[in-house]
Design a protein around this ligand. Structure first.
Ligand SMILES: [Zn+2]
Ligand SMILES: [Zn+2]
Ligand SMILES: [Zn+2]
Length: 322
């Protein structure tokens, strides 16, 4: 029973395959039917058959023992399912894994960069409504965050922790820093001794336009203009502006003042606080956001700080916020 020179007249899994001359056993056909396929014929050698998928109509080559004893899968249906999951996230499955792992594929993300991803993770992310983040974009963002703090991102951390990177300080010293700490400028240089706590900082007031809701954000940063860009996912939509920045002699003072201001507002005007559910998404922040009509009140608090009032030291005079 030889493999014939005749080819099937249609491609099977992307290739034209030779017919194998021989009988098709009735229990193979029955097994295929039970598992959602039609048995089209034998192909390639004595071990293989061609199945037609009853879901997508495409032919696929399978070993007879798989048809008989296991659950054969249609690679075309699987590919279509993966492509659909990728599209859900604005991405595109562009080919097999360049490293040859069948569980991975090469994806192009919404930003235009490409990367390897595990197929089932992509499908799970699509089902869960998560995005596919791009490591190239992520590293570019980490580099920009470092630059804003006078550090330079130079690569992978020495320590084995995915939350860390290696950075070079403006003084030339290099060290590992947690990405999250670098983002907030919470980093002390072991080379020259400069620390975020001793570095000059600013208390800022930013304004944003959320869909149907103008809001303001009070916070501290050594670089409020950078912070403004950083907190917005889509600046064209949220149109953030820097309303006021009050210089403070150190990061340590800034964090004390910021905390005290939030506590002061919470104690005296809790009605000004916007519930997090309303801004999570367009604005990336974990700290308090206030309604836009709080602007005169909070700006008065900031002017009092600029004039020397220390909200962390005393129970504030209410005249400060009048
Ligand atoms: Zn199929
Ligand atoms: Zn990207
Ligand atoms: Zn340094």
């Amino acid at each position: 029973m030889p493999t014939s020179k005749t080819l099937f007249p249609f491609p099977i899994d992307g290739e034209f395959r030779p017919v194998f001359v021989g009988p098709v056993k009735r229990h193979w056909t029955a097994a295929a039917e039970r598992k959602g396929f039609s048995l089209i014929g034998r192909a390639v050698d004595r071990l293989h058959v061609v199945l037609g998928c009853q879901t997508c109509g495409q032919p696929t080559l399978k070993r007879i023992n798989v048809v008989r004893d296991h659950a054969p899968e249609c690679p075309h249906c699987i590919a279509a399912r993966r492509a659909k999951a990728a599209r859900t996230m604005g991405a595109c499955l562009i080919g097999p894994d360049p490293e040859g792992d069948r569980h991975y594929g090469l994806y192009e993300f919404a930003c235009g960069h490409t990367g390897r991803r595990q197929h089932h993770r992509v499908e799970r992310a699509a089902a869960g409504g998560h995005g596919l983040s791009c490591e190239t974009c992520t590293e570019e963002r980490h580099a920009a965050e470092a630059e804003a703090q006078d550090w330079q991102l130079i690569g992978k951390a020495r320590r084995d922790n995915p939350g860390y990177r290696r950075y070079a300080h403006a003084c030339g010293h290099r060290q590992d820093v947690a990405v999250a700490n670098m983002r907030h400028g919470d980093v002390d240089c072991a080379g020259c001794g400069e620390s975020w706590a001793s570095k000059p900082s600013q208390i800022y007031l930013l304004s944003f336009t959320l869909p149907d809701l103008p809001v303001i954000k009070l916070g501290f940063s050594s670089n409020p203009a950078f912070r403004l860009r950083q907190v917005q996912r889509d600046p064209g939509q949220t149109r953030g502006t820097l309303l006021r920045a009050v210089p403070v002699e150190s990061g340590h003072r800034a964090i004390c003042i910021e905390k005290a201001l939030h506590a002061h507002i919470k104690a005296h005007r809790p009605d000004l606080i916007v519930p997090p559910a309303l801004f999570r998404g367009p604005i990336q922040t974990t700290s308090e956001i206030y309604h836009h009509h709080a602007r005169p009140y909070i700006q008065a608090l900031l002017e009092a700080v600029a004039a020397g009032w220390d909200p962390s030291a005393s129970e504030s005079p209410d005249s400060a916020a009048a």
